[in-house]
Design a protein around this ligand. Structure first.
Ligand SMILES: *[C@@H]1O[C@H](CO)[C@@H](O)[C@H](O)[C@H]1NC(C)=O
Ligand SMILES: *[C@@H]1O[C@H](CO)[C@@H](O)[C@H](O)[C@H]1NC(C)=O
Ligand SMILES: *[C@@H]1O[C@H](CO)[C@@H](O)[C@H](O)[C@H]1NC(C)=O
Length: 324
């Protein structure tokens, strides 16, 4: 008896919320398991090289990142989550590491009863159910060869209506937005005029095209075919990690122009290759990028992003209506 009492006190000490009868966040009102990241607040962070994290996907989701990026290596049979042929690991496939866990999380988030019933298209973040999670797939081998296999791998999400897509006239929101990068070409993405659920990572430093007309609906890169517009920071703007770098007025002007060109087209601007050190400078650089309106921060160090105070304004992209 004394032991039970002691144990109870010990458990109360370890898990005080249990003892005080607080609502269990991971259960909905009728007791369904919700999701491991139910209470997480999303932040505009892109988990670069996410497949190298331990664990992949979940470290980023727990941090609140609204975007994850994985390399894929297609060997003619399987879509390995890997940068190089020699790094392929049995069972580390696109389906096992990303598609299956996402399907399970979304099943929980959209399970009947409780609050799931009122939002049949809930995303992974319970705190912001309309927030789409972006899955960037970086094709490391021939994109046209891997394309049909990636399409097949996405089927569990597609058949449940969980992929954001273009339906021929409109961008239809969904809990997961897939972006193809690497060798994925404009031609490959736009081959189908009536349905698309893999979007381009458009070139942020060369969005203008001679085919662009004055009317917004006629931009070459637009939400019917693209989601992000990305470029390498120093190459595209001349901004680097040094003080001179982010006091570089010409660089900031270029950055602003590029960010405007992307948002005019309904795309989210993203810079990669943002330097990581020294850390103090990195933080200032991140703040400059957020202030100037990037869509997401490209992040390698998730711990650093968890420490940032997200008091800076950050807008979700506006809902996009018909454009072609
Ligand atoms: C891959 O998964 C199968 C089935 O779950 C398992 O039997 C096998 O041991 C796994 N291989 C590795 C290398 O983990
Ligand atoms: C495309 O989506 C829009 C908005 O959801 C809808 O009004 C339209 O009927 C859809 N078109 C097709 C072909 O499904
Ligand atoms: C476009 O995709 C839809 C949906 O997968 C399919 O039914 C249609 O045949 C495709 N059209 C072309 C031209 O590939």
């Amino acid at each position: 008896m004394a032991i039970v009492l002691l144990l109870s006190i010990f458990l109360l000490f370890l898990f005080p919320q249990e003892g005080h009868g607080k609502k269990k966040q991971w259960l909905d009102t009728v007791g369904n398991w919700r999701s491991p990241v139910y209470g997480v607040e999303p932040i505009p962070c892109h988990s670069h090289n996410d497949y190298l994290r331990s664990p992949p996907l979940f470290a980023a989701l727990g941090t609140g990142c609204v975007s994850v990026e994985t390399d894929i290596y297609f060997d003619g049979q399987e879509l390995y989550v890997s940068h190089y042929e020699e790094d392929r690991t049995q069972n580390a496939t696109l389906s096992k590491l990303y598609i299956e866990p996402l399907t399970e999380i979304l099943k929980a988030a959209n399970s009947g009863g409780g609050d799931g019933a009122n939002r049949p298209q809930a995303g992974v973040f319970g705190a912001a159910p309309s927030q789409s999670l972006v899955l960037v797939i970086d094709f490391k081998t021939s994109a046209s060869e891997a394309w049909p296999h990636v399409n097949e791998a996405l089927e569990p999400l597609r058949q449940r209506g969980w992929l954001e897509h273009w339906n021929g006239t409109n961008r239809v929101p969904g809990p997961v937005t897939v972006v193809g990068s690497g060798g994925v070409s404009y031609k490959l993405v736009t081959a189908n005029n009536t349905y698309r659920d893999i979007f381009l990572d458009a070139p942020l430093d060369s969005l203008k095209d001679k085919s662009d007309l004055k009317k917004k609906s006629m931009f070459k890169y637009n939400p019917s075919n693209s989601h992000y517009a990305s470029a390498k920071l120093d190459k595209a703007t001349g901004i680097d990690i040094t003080w001179i770098g982010f006091r570089n007025k010409a660089g900031i002007r270029k950055l602003r122009t590029q960010i405007h060109e992307a948002t005019d087209r309904g795309l989210l601007p993203r810079y990669w290759g943002t330097p990581g050190r020294p850390r103090l400078f990195r933080k200032t650089l991140w703040q400059v990028l957020i202030r100037e309106g990037v869509g997401v921060l490209n992040v390698d160090d998730l711990a650093a992003v968890r420490e940032l105070r997200w008091t800076l304004p950050w807008k979700e992209p506006a809902a996009v209506t018909s454009q072609q």
